[in-house]
Design a protein around this ligand. Structure first.
Ligand code: PLP
Length: 373
């Protein structure tokens, strides 16, 4: 990432780590199809298998439990379909790649902090004998709120349901353990923590039912047909190895939030009452639309995001915040700031100063600019 601007949008995509870049270049130069039996093929296969071990180790899975995909979206789609359960229950704050993946799903509400309502989940599961799949994310992409996955698993398994967890935003940022959590399916994406875009994985507990609807070769132990993205997978493995290095701490997040609230005391941090990812802040600038904030901060050389924002480059109102009971006018003022491995304290200081300048400009507030320093 060029140092010409300040990048605080790691939940959208984190810059590629240098070790990832090196691993990808090496794989591209080596070439080979992992399904070929000759030496070039065997070398590509060895690269994919090494990455499988590295990714599995990141999430406490066995290598054989990891199937590579084209990213988090495909992992989510294929888990929901591949588990073979007609009845699906999903939380109201899931990513669109879960919410749009199956028709007729039942939505489980969340509370004001964005936490899934376990009581409703339990009652809904009890209401029908039809075998179900429950899908609840590990960490929310907008607010960073961490769901009580072990409790979700306890409730779901007691009712005979399988559990899928979209861990795209948690993996590489906080420890995750497939078997410790007890989930049956876990979705991952490389580009959220220093790997390349376009590669991810679905980790499946050994013995969990899975039938792929992709037709083609028998790659990934018949779980994902199609020649593997060897360079992307090698980069994913390198990102998994480097995952913990240089990550921003919760102290930086808390310091940022305190500084922004000092500027605008009516600003609200969403999900503040729940455990959250240490890298994510979702905060409103009262009275200022997120779109305006994103553009003004961009002009000041700072990249952040507005709410769910940007699947098509358009800023839309955040369905996550609405599900948390935030009014729609307020939801339009929510900004997402997310750190990552390349973030330094000066980035956060620059953001605080620019946010303060913008707030003063639009509200004609008389906060002394000197305090921004
Ligand atoms: N799940 C969550 C929670 C996400 O934040 C994202 C990406 O924004 C995805 C899934 C989709 O991942 P990918 O971009 O790898 O398809």
């Amino acid at each position: 990432m060029p140092a010409a601007y300040t990048y605080l949008d790691h939940n959208a995509t984190s810059p590629i780590r240098p070790a990832v870049f090196d691993a990808m270049v090496e794989a591209l130069q080596a070439g080979g199809n992992p399904s070929s039996v000759h030496r070039a093929g065997r070398s590509a296969r060895a690269r994919v298998d090494a990455a499988r071990r590295q990714v599995a180790a990141l999430v406490g899975a066995l290598p054989a439990e990891v199937a590579f995909t084209s990213g988090g979206t495909e992992a989510n789609n294929s888990a929901l379909v591949g588990a073979g359960r007609k009845r699906l229950l999903v939380s109201a704050v899931e990513h669109d790649s879960v919410l749009k993946a199956a028709r007729g799903m039942e939505i489980v509400p969340v509370d004001g902090n964005g936490l899934v309502d376990l009581g409703v989940l339990e009652k809904s599961l009890a209401a029908s004998a039809e075998p179900a799949l429950v899908s609840v994310m590990f960490a929310n992409n907008e607010t960073g709120v961490l769901q009580p996955i072990a409790d979700v698993v306890r409730v779901a398994h007691a009712a005979g349901a399988l559990v899928h967890c979209d861990a795209v935003q948690g993996a590489g940022k906080v420890p995750i353990d497939l078997h410790g959590l007890g989930v049956d399916y876990l979705s991952l994406s490389a580009h959220k923590f220093g790997g390349p875009t376009g590669v991810g994985a679905l980790a499946m507990r050994s013995g969990a039912p899975f039938a792929s609807d992709r037709l083609g070769g028998g790659q990934e132990a018949n779980r994902r047909a199609g020649t593997e993205n060897v360079a992307g997978i090698a980069g994913f493995g390198a990102a998994a190895v480097a995952a913990g290095d240089g990550l921003a701490t919760a102290e930086w997040r808390d310091g940022l939030e305190a500084a922004l609230i000092e500027v605008a005391p009516a600003a609200r941090v969403y999900g503040a009452g729940a455990s959250r990812l240490p890298n994510t802040t979702c905060i409103s600038m009262p009275g200022v639309r997120a779109e305006t904030q994103v553009m003004a901060l961009d002009l000041a050389g700072i990249c952040v995001s507005a709410g769910a924002a940007c699947s098509s480059g358009k800023v839309t109102r955040s369905a996550v915040l609405l599900a948390m009971g935030v009014g729609s006018a307020e939801a339009e003022t929510a900004l997402r700031i997310s750190f990552g491995w390349s973030t330094v304290l000066e980035d956060i200081e620059r953001l605080i100063a620019a946010w303060r300048d913008l707030y003063i400009r639009v509200t004609h507030s008389d906060i002394p600019r000197a305090r921004a320093a």
